[in-house]
Design a protein. Structure first.
Length: 324
């Protein structure tokens, strides 16, 4: 049975003071604030918490949504979350959080019941596609704690890029998202040339600084839509959605040149720091994450065998030779 908007359900979802209720903890006179929050219980951002602080938030697969979910079963604009503040004379302000399905292809469930428009209550579970969200009122102190736990679980502590598990999962999700529209997808697999020798010569602290500089270059070079992660010790993976081979080669060359020209002067090193890059591309509907990674790895071997400090794109006739 579809959940309808009812007065008693509104009362259950109210949070005094517009989600900014301040109360004393009673121990040291400190205060805490409660914020309406959506938590990913499954799907591409498992564990991530989204505070509902805007008056209106769109959730969907499209890049123009406020909350983007890379799930092919989620519509481009799947649902909206409204934050409404209720002010009555002589009473503290209260809010309600309203969910409205936007005519999504697969519909929205709230607590396993179909929902077109409903007021959310703490503990409600929202099902859209293969993704589950939980609505709750989160203490600000708890919000910070869970944000930090999520960051530690998904990012590399040295470079602040996505860790291997997260970047690998992201690649599979991006391919699934793009497959329906047969979009092009490219990846770049990159590692630092002779990194072990530089570590032995300059020390591990210098090696860490090199990796951090590479991460900074990636942050400043790729689009917001793209993703970068630390794939291994000195190996990095860059995901380029909706990008063909030509565009990926341009990105790889830009990254390679910046590494070659900026890191050694910045760190005061005599020898130039360089990188080799392997590029693989394909239409998302006919290629898998495993294929892309295997092809990029073959191209990376090729770049190493041809003298390093270069970018090579995979093609069917490519042959592997030489050492990495």
């Amino acid at each position: 049975m579809e959940r309808e908007l009812k007065k008693d359900s509104m009362d259950a979802s109210f949070l005094p003071d517009g989600g900014r209720t301040i109360k004393s903890s009673g121990m040291f006179g400190t205060v805490s604030a409660f914020i309406p929050t959506l938590t990913f219980l499954s799907g591409p951002a498992l564990g991530k918490e989204i505070p509902i602080v805007q008056r209106q938030m769109t959730v969907g697969r499209g890049s123009d949504c406020d909350i983007i979910i890379a799930d092919p079963a989620v519509s481009r604009k799947h649902l909206q979350i409204y934050r409404r503040e209720i002010v009555k004379k002589g009473q503290s302000p209260k809010i309600k959080i309203v969910l409205c399905d936007l005519g999504s292809s697969n519909g929205t469930l709230v607590n396993y019941a179909s929902a077109r428009k409903t007021v959310l209550k703490p503990g409600d579970k929202i099902f859209l596609g293969r993704t589950i969200l939980k609505f709750d009122h989160r203490d600000v102190a708890e919000q910070s704690f869970f944000d930090e736990i999520y960051r530690l679980a998904t990012t590399d502590s040295l470079t602040s890029l996505l860790n291997k598990a997260s970047i690998t999962r992201t690649l599979s999700e991006e391919i699934a998202d793009s497959a329906r529209y047969r979009r092009w997808m490219s990846v770049i697999l990159m590692d630092i040339d002779k990194f072990k020798s530089m570590n032995d010569l300059n020390g591990h602290l210098a090696g860490d600084r090199i990796l951090q500089c590479v991460a900074n270059i990636l942050h400043s070079t790729i689009r917001k839509r793209d993703k970068a992660g630390r794939f291994g010790g000195d190996e990095f993976l860059i995901i380029l959605p909706e990008t063909g081979s030509k565009g990926a080669i341009q990105v790889a060359e830009r990254i390679r040149k910046m590494i070659e020209t900026t890191i050694s002067p910045e760190l005061g090193m005599e020898a130039a720091v360089t990188a080799s890059l392997g590029i693989a591309s394909g239409r998302a509907n006919i290629i898998s994450a495993e294929n892309l990674l295997e092809n990029a790895d073959v191209a990376l071997y090729r770049a190493k065998s041809l003298g390093r400090n270069r970018a090579e794109a995979w093609k069917k006739s490519l042959r592997v030779g030489g050492d990495r």
